[in-house]
Design a protein around this ligand. Structure first.
Ligand SMILES: Cc1cc2nc3c(=O)[nH]c(=O)nc-3n(C[C@H](O)[C@H](O)[C@H](O)COP(=O)(O)OP(=O)(O)OC[C@H]3O[C@@H](n4cnc5c(N)ncnc54)[C@H](O)[C@@H]3O)c2cc1C
Length: 448
């Protein structure tokens, strides 16, 4: 492994004792650099190895829709690990605390964890680092180019980030070694009763799980294969048309780490699909996705007005008191009760399917800015709805997508107009010129 992929958070202890991979963002067995590093370390030291997941209930407004998807995926992780002789342990409670206690009770020698730029995981990791007596390493198993290696600072836009990533991408494009069976047993309490856990966890159950997408590592691979065979060649042409199914639908898998972005990129590159479509897809998967991690890593205010660039804060302040032609509150927006049938259709798509089309996400968030009292209120509502309904919510892509739409993050100034100031505007008329709005509205109306 390229050593820049890992960071030492704390060197400590004598290194003796079992090795733990504290799995959080990267919930898979294959193509996982954090797990591969933990395994290699344990084999080298002839020490036992376990994968530990700490389950925080009531996580950033997630509902049974997201918990169900995640827990079903983790159940498959447990089975795959068992085949390699590696125990899987599920702890409940505050993760920073739970991991620290577990490590102390079990005399753990080293903890390896995966990386997330988001505040919650960072605070869990900080807490664990403070309390652990043993060493803890962090491995960026999510990004193709580790976030700290891609750039040492917050990037302005895709145009400044793109050359940095492409320049060093090849040095990080190695195949992750296949996980080896672990020969040093660790007799830990067995994994959870998954059925019971799904029934018992205290989460909001008012937003149901969805049936159109199957969770887990195997399903993620199958979704990728289907996309390579049937969708990729038309990606460039169809991806921005919400009346077609032109996207890959990989974001829920990428969000929960049920598939690695590097695997997706490798298979896309190897495929015989149309070159322009491959390039368009790689731009989203590599540049846009990893730029979101860059923003959240270097900007602690990634989910608020204060995180916007100075030009957009200025222009939005100039237009703060502009009259709004329509004003809606959260229940009206949540219930898709606006005057705009296209917006209502997008909201319905999100509520019913847990995944709104990418083009509609931009339109949807921009209209929330147009129809609420302030940019702060627009941010609050858009993030709340995105995180509550989307299967891929609570992701850097979500915070950045909302901030791009409402606060011009990674965008440039456009012609000035009411409410938006110089932040890019999108209109129903523009949408109608791009795709068959009627057909999308009709389709969304048929969703249950
Ligand atoms: C307001 C708003 C909210 C968003 N919320 C989320 C969210 O909660 N979670 C999320 O993963 N994405 C979010 N996005 C980004 C993007 O819309 C989704 O990643 C994409 O629609 C997911 O569908 P897909 O996997 O089928 O995409 P595809 O078009 O098949 O793209 C493949 C992958 O490339 C990446 N990608 C594509 N578009 C973008 C983009 N604009 N920015 C960053 N990465 C991208 C994603 O990882 C995606 O899975 C949001 C965008 C906006 C404007």
């Amino acid at each position: 492994m390229n050593l820049d992929r890992a960071r030492i958070l704390k060197d400590g202890g004598d290194g003796r004792g079992p090795v733990v991979y504290w799995m959080s963002r990267d919930q898979r067995v294959e193509d996982n650099w954090a797990l591969a590093s933990a395994s290699e370390l344990a084999l080298e030291r002839r020490a036992p190895l376990a994968v530990v997941f700490a389950l925080e209930e009531e996580f950033l407004g997630a509902t049974i829709r997201q918990y169900g998807f995640m827990l079903r995926g983790l159940e498959m992780v447990e089975s795959a690990l068992a085949r390699k002789g590696i125990p899987f342990v599920l702890l409940r409670g505050d993760p920073g605390d739970a991991i620290s206690r577990f490590a102390e009770e079990e005399g753990v020698g080293t903890v390896v964890t995966d990386f997330s730029p988001l505040a919650t995981k960072r605070s869990w990791t900080e807490e664990a680092t403070k309390r652990l007596d043993c060493a803890i390493y962090e491995v960026d198993a999510h990004n193709m180019v580790p976030c700290w290696a891609a750039s040492p600072k917050q990037e302005y836009a895709a145009r400044t980030f793109r050359p940095k990533v492409w320049r060093i991408l090849s040095t990080f494009c190695e195949e992750v070694p296949a996980l080896r069976a672990h020969p040093h047993p660790w007799d830990l309490e067995g994994g959870p009763d998954w059925e019971r856990l799904r029934r018992e966890i205290s989460v909001d159950r008012s937003i149901p799980e969805v049936g159109w997408i199957e969770p887990g590592e195997g399903a993620a691979r199958r979704a990728l294969e289907t996309f390579l065979r049937k969708g990729l060649s038309a990606y460039q042409r169809d991806r921005n048309d919400p009346s077609l199914q032109g996207q890959s639908n990989l974001s829920p898998y990428l969000h929960f780490g049920q598939i690695s972005a590097s695997r997706v990129a490798l298979e896309v590159t190897r495929s015989g699909a149309d070159g322009a479509s491959k390039a368009a897809f790689m731009e989203e998967l590599v540049v846009r996705r990893e730029l979101s991690d860059n923003f959240c890593f270097y900007n602690r205010r990634y989910d608020s007005f204060e995180g916007f660039p100075a030009w957009s804060r200025g222009t939005l302040n100039d237009h703060r008191d502009d009259p709004r032609e329509h004003l809606y509150d959260l229940p009206e927006l949540e219930g898709a009760k606006t005057h705009d049938r296209l917006w209502n259709a997008a909201q319905r798509e999100m509520v019913c399917r847990g995944k709104m089309h990418g083009y509609m996400r931009m339109y949807w968030a921009k209209k929330i800015l147009e129809w609420t009292e302030s940019p702060e209120e627009a941010m609050r509502i858009a993030i709340h709805l995105n995180d509550r309904y989307e299967l891929d919510g609570r992701d850097p892509n979500g915070y950045v997508g909302v901030a791009w739409s409402i606060g011009g993050v990674h965008d440039r100034a456009w012609g000035e107009r009411e409410v938006f100031g110089k932040v890019r505007y999108m209109s129903l008329r523009g949408a109608m010129s791009k795709f068959d709005v009627g057909s999308y509205v009709e389709w969304a109306g048929s969703l249950e």
